[in-house]
Design a protein around this ligand. Structure first.
Ligand code: NAD
Ligand code: AHE
Ligand code: ZN
Length: 378
């Protein structure tokens, strides 16, 4: 079949809207009509050529919601008509990691996913490059196993979460990454306790969901740190109690400012910036003896984190989280329920919507610090 998609032909260039050939689902795969997709900073990072796994040409996008239109041989857990959220962190329930229950990092298809192809090693997307370069066979790569910047996409069955049918696609698409990552980092990865002091670096589409999660679990102080003061208002609405602007207090005084606000250091801190210098501040602002810092942000290829080992010797803990530690097929339907029951706020974080033709505006708004989440509605 043909599908309309925003194609990333090369790094650092705007996406172009093309008609792309899409092969139907093979065994164990499903065809999904994407109804809406959010644009996450990770899409921008890959488009900017900063992702060590980045491949071009590719159809980016990993924060979608849609409807199953066709299933391949052997698919049993979903059927045409089911509403689903694509999962860049699948849940096979059979691999060592899934069975361990210790991590959400399912390994069933991670290797092929990172190479931009389906589990059989081939792509379902092809497109005439018309004057641009493409790999042999005009292959266009999948992205994070999702490629939600396409009106139709093919995914492995284990990479879709079936969700209730009364939930609006243009809101729940955000649960496909940002909402789950932020709230999940608090409840599944950090297990923040009531009364804890929490610091969130980066008050964007992920950080604000960390704040929302911290409020949900009854955190005491929720301190936001951002170099863009315009993010303050929304953060306060979602539960931020104190704001630190590194440009005002001085970048070298951020850790001390947080220690002063928290009687010596945070119980939990979260990096939602992707900046390795900020990650260091996030660790070092934690309380001696027990403070935990959770890395959410994705750093540019080649960047490394550093701190004095003494910071860890004296009890601070450095952790990371992917997709908030959520097990997609198990946890995502529950998070959709929380939204439908009014327990979490998604609507206010979606500051912009646009048709696919305007998707490049979403990247511009993000880079200008003017949006929280942009959602493309097909
Ligand atoms: P965003 O652009 O919406 O927000 C980033 C925020 O960080 C902005 O408000 C910006 O002003 C702020 N910021 C930038 N530099 C800063 C600095 N030096 N100090 C303080 N604040 C600073 O991005 P997002 O969509 O919220 O994504 C945030 C990060 O999380 C990205 O690195 C993204 O790739 C990553 N991410 C990781 C996962 C995961 O599973 N681990 C999931 C989604 C996103
Ligand atoms: N491809 C990058 C790593 C990118 C990365 O860490 N991605 C996160 C999700 S970001 C969603 O917005 C993730 O899930 N990581 C775990 C995984 O298995 O990819 C690189 O450095 O190569
Ligand atoms: Zn994302």
């Amino acid at each position: 079949m043909k599908t309309r998609a925003a194609v990333a032909w090369e790094a650092k260039k705007p996406l172009t809207i093309d008609t792309v050939d899409l092969e139907g689902p093979k065994a164990g795969e499903v065809l999904v009509e994407v109804m809406a997709t959010g644009v996450c900073h990770t899409d921008a990072y890959t488009l900017d050529g900063l992702d060590s796994e980045g491949l071009f040409p590719a159809i980016l996008g990993h924060e979608g919601a849609g409807i199953v239109r066709e299933v391949g041989a052997g698919v049993t857990s979903v059927k045409p008509g089911d509403h689903v959220i694509p999962l860049y962190t699948p849940e096979c329930r059979q691999c060592k990691t899934c069975l361990s229950q210790r991590s959400n990092l399912c390994t069933a298809i991670r290797a092929t996913q990172g190479k931009g192809v389906m589990p059989d090693g081939t792509s379902r997307f092809h497109c005439e490059p018309t004057g641009r370069s493409a790999p042999s066979g005009n292959t266009v790569y999948h992205y994070m196993g999702c490629s939600t910047f396409s009106n139709f996409t093919v995914l492995p069955e284990i990479a879709v979460a079936k969700v209730r049918e009364d939930a609006p696609f243009d809101k729940i698409c955000y649960i496909g990454c940002g909402v789950t990552t932020g709230i999940g980092a608090v409840i599944y990865t950090a297990k923040v306790w009531p009364g804890a002091n929490v610091v969130v670096f980066g008050l964007g589409g992920i950080g604000l969901n960390v704040i929302q999660g911290a409020r949900m679990v009854g955190a005491d102080k929720i301190i936001g740190v951002d170099i863009n003061p315009a993010k303050q208002e929304m953060a306060r609405k979602f539960g931020m109690t104190h704001f630190v602007n590194p440009k005002e207090v001085g970048n070298d005084k951020v850790v001390q400012a947080i220690a002063d606000l928290t009687d010596g250091g945070a119980d939990f801190s979260f990096d939602a910036t992707g900046n390795v210098n900020v990650m260091r501040q996030a660790l070092e602002c934690c309380h001696r003896g027990w403070g935990q810092s959770i890395i959410i942000g994705v750093a540019e290829a080649g960047r490394e984190i550093a701190t004095r080992p003494f910071q860890l010797v004296t009890g601070r803990v450095w952790k990371g989280t992917a997709f908030g530690g959520a097990r997609g097929r198990t946890d995502v339907p529950k998070i959709v329920d929380w939204y439908m029951e009014g327990k979490i706020n998604i609507d206010d974080l979606i500051t912009h919507t646009m048709p696919l033709e305007k998707i490049n505006d979403a990247f511009d708004l993000m880079h200008a610090g003017q949006s929280i989440r942009s959602v493309v509605i097909f």
